[in-house]
Design a protein around this ligand. Structure first.
Ligand SMILES: Cc1cc2nc3c(=O)[nH]c(=O)nc-3n(C[C@H](O)[C@H](O)[C@H](O)COP(=O)(O)O)c2cc1C
Length: 375
């Protein structure tokens, strides 16, 4: 029987185990150029089978959150090269997560640019900004403007340019962030995409942006080194999709035919589509995790490697693997405070809890100062 703690061949890439360090925005990058503590942070976690970086913006107007890194220019590319070198030196593998935030953000965070989105629909959601005085405040996200029909190709060009830089920076692969209510998911979802041109109006047209974005990343990394993260039915960032099933049925079937490196998905108990099993799971806590929507839905439609994310433990991950419902397993919050999570799992050691006060922003404290286990 396969073990979560044993190697897995992700296409051409041998992973030392099936643990994935989940993409996590940590806001330690005030200049937009990855710095030395980021290289140290990722290198400390290199015993994960695969590291997925925090969401990285392809161009400045796509930056949603303060202090997050970009991959738009040579300086940023060089900063990331130091990160990939540090991870590779420790035997790890690392993909960049490309994140265009679309309507999620505020001009204070993105160099003063107006937000762009499929439609001019303001998110009913808040975001942290840092003013010139250094004070952090929570504000309602700004009103975006709708992209013109012929502007969308320019956004796709930006994603492809970013992928070229990511390749030059030495990443083993790239992941399109099409989850959590960012730009690709804004195109996918009915409340955020009210277009009637070729980019919206039907599931076919709402999936077009995501599919074309994947094709652009394939141009650079090839399908076997390009993955995608989705979160069907999630409500985060004011997504409210009235056509989840038809849209994701089509999207996932199309993706399956394209044979990307993997399909990565995130579950959450705030899902619209809780079935009877996940309702039981949320009330009783310990029902097998793959009963959460959309595990079966995705497994039925996608034949390649699947990465599951959301509230996993080693035990749940192993059971999910045994059930054939996913191949690789994200640990997000656990990786904040357990840089050597793989070694701790192997040893059956205790896990440390993250300090909630130092999740976002700041520098080394709560970032690179979580120790490996004693001994
Ligand atoms: C601090 C923090 C930042 C996150 N940032 C991102 C991100 O940039 N991109 C992304 O796809 N998911 C992001 N996530 C979601 C995680 O990748 C993961 O899906 C989620 O935490 C569930 O896994 P867990 O229960 O093991 O923490 C973030 C989660 C946390 C806790």
């Amino acid at each position: 029987m396969a073990s979560v703690l044993e190697p897995f061949d992700l296409g051409p890439i041998r992973l030392n185990n099936r643990l994935v360090m989940g993409p996590m925005t940590r806001a330690r990058c005030p200049t937009g150029t990855p710095n030395a503590i980021m290289a140290e942070y990722y290198a400390q976690r290199a015993s994960a089978g695969l590291i997925l970086t925090e969401g990285v913006w392809p161009e400045i107007n796509a930056q949603g959150y303060f202090s997050t890194p970009g991959i738009e220019n040579d300086e940023q590319t060089a900063g990331w090269k130091a990160v990939t070198d540090a991870v590779h030196a420790r035997g790890g593998k690392i993909f960049m997560q490309l994140m265009h935030c679309g309507r999620v953000g505020d001009p204070v965070n993105n160099g003063g640019h107006q937000l762009v989105a499929p439609s001019a629909v303001q998110a009913d959601f808040q975001i942290l900004t840092v003013g010139d005085d250094g004070n952090v405040q929570l504000v309602r996200m700004a009103m975006p403007r709708a992209l013109e029909t012929d502007e969308v190709d320019g956004v796709l060009d930006g994603l492809e340019r970013a992928a070229v830089n990511a390749k030059a920076a030495g990443f083993d692969g790239i992941e399109l962030h099409a989850a959590s209510g960012y730009l690709p998911m804004q195109f996918l979802s009915t409340n955020t995409n009210q277009r009637d041109d070729k980019w919206g109006g039907t599931p076919e047209k709402r999936t077009r942006f995501t599919i074309e974005a994947m094709e652009r990343l394939f141009n650079v990394f090839g399908p076997e080194r390009t993955g995608i993260k989705i979160a069907p039915g999630i409500l985060y960032n004011d997504i409210n999709d009235a056509e989840v099933e038809p849209t994701y049925d089509l999207l996932v079937r199309k993706l399956d035919a394209m044979k990307p490196a993997y399909l990565h998905f995130q579950t959450s108990l705030s899902y619209q589509h809780l079935n009877e099993f996940s309702t039981v799971a949320s009330t009783e806590g310990q029902v097998e995790v793959w009963h959460h929507w959309p595990y079966q839905f995705l497994r039925d439609r996608f034949t390649g490697p699947i990465i599951a994310s959301g509230d996993l433990t080693l035990d749940l991950a192993q059971k999910t693997l045994d059930a054939g419902m996913a191949d690789l397993f994200v640990f997000g919050r656990r990786y904040i405070s357990n840089p050597d999570l793989f070694e701790r799992f192997k040893a059956g050691a205790d896990l440390a809890d993250p300090n909630q006060m130092t999740i976002y922003g700041g520098a080394e404290a709560g970032y690179t100062d979580y120790p490996a286990m004693a001994g």
